[in-house]
Design a protein around this ligand. Structure first.
Ligand SMILES: [Zn+2]
Length: 480
């Protein structure tokens, strides 16, 4: 036996290194995550065009710009799947527009998610906040330019990814002085979750923050375009951690709204100082948590989606569709193109998409509208009321909480260290109201006046069956 020139120990070490190399080669190649991100300005020109602001009443014309309306986008790939996540500072971006963005992006991405923050201080991106009920508030020139700009943004990002690691965190967010619930029962999904993608040089490529509250701090008298608190939130994230920040609105339906501080007379302060306080306050909590988070070991990326049909029984929506204010394809119950005569009494069906996106330790439910927080977390026992009465003592028509759904709720179905609920994902179908508390004034073509108590949200909802059909689809997508 020939003796090894450097003795047995070195030979053993070589053998071990060889064995290790063989072992490593036998392991499946670890996915390398790559990402890129950018924010672009999509603010309409208030000087050269009439810009109608969305979210409160019609005929609110923008008189200028306080801060930009943006498209914030993250492109991420694990080498197999390429996903773009786009968030717009608008009230809602309907599926037909999302499909146009996707068509223009073409092969550059396998899946494109376009969500809206649900900003009530931005341009009408849907068409129902024009000067009169008969005139669309959506500027066709601006929406076409915006679709083009988003597609260009994503295609540019696809060509400039770099390796990243991911870390993520989830915590209980603040309630008092930040968010409150205007509709009984008081249930607040105060989950605050965040992720950060870091390049090898330690610099941040992107962050995402997910929290649930209507972006409407400036309220209905404001006529200067602004991104409201999410703009301040993203600015603060970028100030603290660098990179491009995205903010995703969660289960903000029924009726999560900012809880601004009050002036000496007790009036809520509808100011940029308050929007900044809310946005920066949430950002600081998210950034603190991310700074303590450890990099994830498994940076996998996957997407599953399901197309569903939802019945629309809302006469306001039928009128808006008949007049072309809400332009989207409508169907019969079997999914064939709608053939009947469209009247306020019609039941039409619309196609929508729900999905589950997994990125490392984060699992995100893609919800095509404004999910009521009780469908996300339950809380019918008062455990999510944070000191408020579950039902107001003077509510003339209180919800029958004993008949509320028993779950599982959306966060029970999700199963990951960090959960996100992406509200207004690829669509804005309005409020997703739990069936047990769905009440409308069916005798009225406008659904107004709505039944006593808290039933405004039903007037901006497809109908009674949306919640169970959306939740059923998530049950199938997330079946264990
Ligand atoms: Zn809303």
């Amino acid at each position: 036996m020939r003796r090894a020139p450097f003795g047995d120990s070195m030979a053993t070490m070589r053998t071990s290194i060889l064995a290790l190399a063989v072992f490593l080669a036998a392991l499946p190649a670890r996915a390398e995550l790559r990402a890129s991100a950018s924010a672009i300005d999509i603010t309409p020109d208030t000087k050269t065009s009439k810009v109608w602001m969305a979210g409160f009443s019609m005929n609110r014309r923008a008189t200028g710009v306080h801060d930009p309306i943006r498209s914030r986008a993250l492109f991420v790939t694990d080498g197999k799947t390429r996903v773009a996540i786009v968030v717009l500072d608008v009230v809602g971006f309907m599926r037909p527009h999302v499909e146009k963005v996707r068509a223009k992006i073409g092969e550059a991405a396998d899946y494109v998610l376009v969500a809206s923050t649900h900003n009530h201080e931005g341009p009408d991106a849907m068409g129902i906040w024009g000067p009169t009920p008969f005139v669309s508030g959506l500027d066709p020139v601006w929406i076409d330019a915006t679709i083009e700009a988003i597609a260009g943004q994503v295609k540019a990002l696809a060509a400039e990814t770099r390796p990243v690691t991911i870390r993520a965190a989830q915590l209980e967010g603040p309630v008092k002085d930040f968010v409150c619930d205007h509709r009984d029962p008081v249930v607040i999904d105060n989950t605050l979750s965040a992720l950060q993608l870091l390049a090898p040089d330690g610099k941040t490529v992107a962050t995402i923050v997910n929290w649930a509250c209507h972006p409407e701090t400036l309220w209905s008298d404001n006529t200067l375009l602004t991104a409201d608190y999410p703009g301040y939130l993203c600015g603060r994230m970028e100030e603290r951690l660098g990179g491009t920040a995205l903010f995703i609105s969660g289960a903000l339906g029924g009726m999560m709204t900012p809880d601004p501080l009050r002036d000496a007379k007790g009036e809520k302060l509808r100011t940029h100082e308050e929007a900044s306080r809310v946005g920066r306050g949430i950002a600081d909590l998210a950034a603190d948590a991310l700074e303590k988070a450890v990099p994830a070991k498994e940076p996998g990326l996957s997407i599953r989606t399901k197309e569903i049909l939802l019945p629309c029984t809302n006469p306001r929506f039928q009128i808006a569709m008949a007049m072309g204010l809400l332009s989207r394809a409508i169907f019969n119950a079997d999914g064939t193109p709608f053939t009947g005569k469209l009247t306020v009494k019609s039941t039409t069906w619309v196609k929508a998409e729900v999905g589950v996106l997994t990125l490392g330790p984060v699992q995100a439910a893609l919800v095509p509208g404004e999910l009521f927080p009780e469908l996300a977390v339950g809380g019918f026992d008062g455990s999510k009321a944070f000191g408020a009465d579950l039902v107001k003592k003077d509510n003339p028509n209180p919800p029958k909480v004993a008949e509320a759904p028993k779950g599982p709720y959306l966060r029970d179905l999700l199963d990951a260290p960090v959960e996100m609920i992406v509200g207004l994902a690829n669509d804005e179908l309005g409020y997703i109201v739990p069936e047990y508390d769905f009440q409308v004034n069916a005798a009225s073509g406008t659904l107004e006046p709505h039944p006593p108590g808290d039933h405004y949200e039903e007037t901006n909802s497809l109908g009674k069956e949306t919640a169970k059909r959306v939740m059923g689809a998530f049950g199938e997508l997330l079946a264990k």
